[in-house]
Design a protein around this ligand. Structure first.
Ligand SMILES: NC(=O)c1ccc[n+]([C@@H]2O[C@H](COP(=O)([O-])OP(=O)(O)OC[C@H]3O[C@@H](n4cnc5c(N)ncnc54)[C@H](OP(=O)(O)O)[C@@H]3O)[C@@H](O)[C@H]2O)c1
Length: 205
């Protein structure tokens, strides 16, 4: 699959490391910037516009505060494409989320990009777990939400391929809960002393 990853930070690079079998292009502000040298070993570097043009699936791994501005500029190029929203609307003072209960970052993105097929995924665990989702107890869970069944199925297959136990939680409105679930992971990691080397896993019997 042709995949564009917007953002070459912790999340963008961690996901790319698990998606090596695909044609990956990072959409970055300055593809010539020498700071991207290590990223270039994971995928091609291009402007966000060029990266998105060639892709059928676009992963958004940008700071939430930058996301709407960056994506609005790409709107027409995203029509019909699967847009995977890995962001979390974290408050600048790190006290919680800016949205919740009656809206989510993913729903805002879908309203901004009505012709794109937005799927929430890869937001509920740390980047280290994206780079390596295997734990001694088994695969860790990746919850997914989206309104387009084909798009959510595509993202689920991708997450399974990456080594997660991927589950479709429900429609895109479930992103409200997935973003809060991400905040729980963040709280446990940074405020409750768990550290970053843990993940959530659904067990069934
Ligand atoms: N880190 C985690 O463990 C984790 C886990 C789950 C979800 N998330 C969410 O995933 C998102 C990314 O997190 P991260 O930790 O990967 O952040 P990060 O390491 O700060 O990386 C963000 C990337 O976005 C780029 N960027 C910023 N504005 C841009 C724009 N307008 N156009 C193109 N690129 C732009 C930055 O480029 P420059 O370096 O040039 O500024 C950087 O490469 C956030 O919304 C975060 O809440 C993070």
């Amino acid at each position: 699959m042709d995949i564009a990853i917007l953002g070459a930070g912790n999340v963008g690079r961690a996901l790319a490391a698990r998606l090596a079998g695909h044609r990956l292009t990072f959409g970055v502000r300055d593809p010539q910037d020498p700071k991207h040298a290590a990223t270039a070993t994971l995928g091609a570097l291009a402007s966000p516009e060029d990266a998105v043009r060639a892709a059928s699936l676009v992963v958004v791994a940008l700071p939430w505060r930058e996301t709407e501005r960056a994506l609005a500029a790409l709107g027409p190029a995203l029509a019909g494409k699967v847009v995977v929203d890995a962001t979390n609307p974290i408050r600048a003072d790190f006290s919680g989320l800016e949205l919740g209960h009656d809206d989510s970052g993913a729903e805002r993105l879908q309203r901004l990009l009505p012709q794109a097929r937005v799927v929430k995924a890869f937001n509920t665990t740390g980047a280290e777990n994206m780079a390596d989702p295997a734990y001694p107890g088994g695969r860790v869970t990746m919850l997914i939400a989206g309104d387009d069944p084909a798009a959510t199925a595509t993202v689920r297959a991708l997450a399974d391929e990456m080594g997660f136990d991927a589950r479709v939680a429900g429609p895109l409105a479930l992103a409200r809960q997935l973003e809060q679930f991400a905040w729980l992971w963040i709280h446990l990691a940074f405020k409750a002393g768990f550290g970053r080397a843990f993940a959530f896993r659904i067990e069934a019997r």
